[in-house]
Design a protein around this ligand. Structure first.
Ligand code: FCB
Length: 437
């Protein structure tokens, strides 16, 4: 991989949002002070999480949030994306925690940007049930009523694509179902929940609302028509299925016919106008025709019966997770979205971008972030309206089915002592933010 060139980064527009992202289940701990989520149930099942760990303590952010907010202030970010745990909000005293956190952030001059759902569904609820969407809207109203006097920027859902695919189609994440295409209602009900949440937030007076969808370019494995068709299908499933109902009010390629309920009426809810559109970017995916055997992607097994296979992107450095480092994929993605959706695309915020590497002197992370910021700037120069960038993540944390083995943080966390130690990348990002003013 190209290393940090040492040249100063180009200037980003005034008012640009500079932040870091986390999520409740991955950092909070204090699991005994809230009801269980599907992730607690899942991690209790043997063999689900690679290192056998749980998020019962995680980074103990619930108790150590003042120290973590001080780290944010020291970094110099002007925004912090965190998530509000639905099971915690539903537990006695749970909202008090977010009240304290938001106060602490405001006092430190860091703008709170909560995500209202980041995969930790209360145990007992199920996205296969339509009613879960209405229950989510109630949760959103409760949170907005309590925090809306200080929180002005909101994110409805995090990555409904991954929650559908990994959690319900392939069974690699909670709730561990392996429904393959029968998981499509899970996508529809989350999208409906998103639309209902936008309405609930508007009713509470919110004027700055987005979603955090994960996207990446899909590269056909070759020019062979079968590979091109398979890649097109994958692009529809992972990108268009989650972008187009929100941006255009329509499902792509007849997928709407496979969805439950009064889909036309639901799409009017799902397409409630947004103030901005959040993109989580990690890497492109190279896709070809099915191989008749299972394929693998970053440790994830793709079953043979799917109508595509995931292939290696050769010649690229890999992060410790095995994800290829392809910064220009971010420029390609954003310019592609602009070309595809034109004036239906609201301003974009990169709500996640980052990499897992070991070590305190994490020069690879610095090179990764440096290269991705240059790629983001190239999209700006090409005319894409980008308003912010959030690094995943502030802290090394509980990386879902990988447990604590993947370290995405700018700050190292010793998972025995819970001691926080800023890495070289923390100091590098702080200097970037100072230089950007
Ligand atoms: C994203 C998730 C986030 C984190 C990063 C590495 O898909 O939204 O919680 O796990 O990947």
């Amino acid at each position: 991989m190209a290393t940090d060139t040492g040249d100063p980064l180009p200037r980003f527009p005034a008012g640009f949002l500079w932040g870091v992202s986390t999520s409740a289940h991955q950092i909070e701990g204090a699991a005994e002070l809230r009801g269980p989520s599907v992730w607690d149930v899942f991690t209790a099942e043997p063999g689900r999480v690679k290192d056998g760990s749980t998020a019962a303590v995680a980074c103990d952010h619930y108790h150590r949030y003042p120290e973590d907010v001080a780290l944010l202030a020291g970094l110099g970010v002007n925004a912090y994306r965190f998530s509000v745990s639905w099971p915690r909000v539903a537990s006695p005293g749970g909202l008090d925690f977010y009240d304290r956190l938001v106060d602490e952030l405001c006092a430190a001059g860091v703008r709170p940007v909560p995500t209202l759902f980041h995969w930790d569904l209360p145990a007992g609820l199920d996205w296969l049930e339509r009613d879960t969407a209405a229950r989510f809207a109630d949760h959103v109203t409760v949170v907005a009523d309590r925090l809306g006097d200080r929180v002005t920027k909101w994110i409805t859902l995090n990555e409904p694509a991954e929650h559908t695919l990994l959690g319900h189609a392939l069974g690699a994440h909670a709730p561990g179902r392996r429904l393959l295409f029968d998981a499509l209602p899970v996508a529809h009900h989350q999208l409906l929940a998103h639309g209902l949440a936008v309405r609930a937030l508007r009713a509470a007076g919110a004027r700055d609302i987005g979603i955090a969808n994960s996207h990446g370019p899909t590269w056909p494995a070759s020019a062979d028509p079968d590979d091109v068709a398979a890649a097109g299908f994958y692009d529809t499933l992972l990108n268009r299925l989650f972008a187009e109902p929100v941006l255009l009010g329509a499902y792509p390629d007849g997928l709407g016919e496979l969805m439950p309920g009064d889909v036309a009426a639901d799409l009017r809810v799902i397409a409630e106008p947004l103030d901005w559109y959040g993109v989580n970017y990690y890497a492109p995916t190279r896709v070809g025709a099915p191989l008749g055997t299972r394929s693998e992607f970053g440790g994830l097994a793709i079953p043979a019966e799917l109508p595509f296979s995931v292939r290696e992107i050769g010649g690229r450095a890999l992060t410790d997770f095995g994800w290829p480092v392809v910064p220009e994929g971010l420029t390609e993605l954003l310019c592609g979205f602009r070309d595809r959706y034109g004036d239906r695309l609201p301003p974009i915020v990169i709500t996640e971008n980052g990499c897992s590497y070991e070590g305190l002197d994490d020069q690879e992370r610095i090179a990764y972030l440096d290269a991705h910021l240059r790629a983001l700037h190239a999209a700006l120069e090409a005319g894409v309206d980008v308003r912010g960038y959030f690094v995943w993540s502030l802290l090394d944390n509980f990386e879902w089915a990988e447990g604590y083995a993947r370290r995405f943080g700018l700050v190292h966390v010793d998972h025995d002592t819970l001691e926080r130690t800023p890495k070289a990348s923390y100091r590098w990002f702080r200097d970037v933010l100072r230089a950007q003013g």
